[in-house]
Design a protein around this ligand. Structure first.
Ligand code: ZN
Length: 66
């Protein structure tokens, strides 16, 4: 079973058999800080420049209220 890569910044990561992509994933994890999502109020790990988690971002893309 291939490992599934998931985080609060981007949700599910694809193409993780690419070493460069895996390196980027680990970089994002290092940059991420524990913060409260401005959308749903959950404690999540996000990059400092991100204010909302992936599930809120997806909801916004579907025409939500952010
Ligand atoms: Zn959220």
């Amino acid at each position: 079973m291939p490992r599934t890569y998931v985080d609060d910044n981007f949700g599910v990561w694809d193409n993780m058999d690419d070493p460069d992509h895996r390196e980027f994933y680990h970089q994002v994890q290092r940059e991420s800080v524990r913060k409260k999502c401005q959308g749903c109020g959950r404690m999540v790990r996000l990059r400092p420049s991100y204010g909302i988690c992936n599930s809120c971002a997806e909801r916004a893309e579907r025409g939500g209220d952010y």
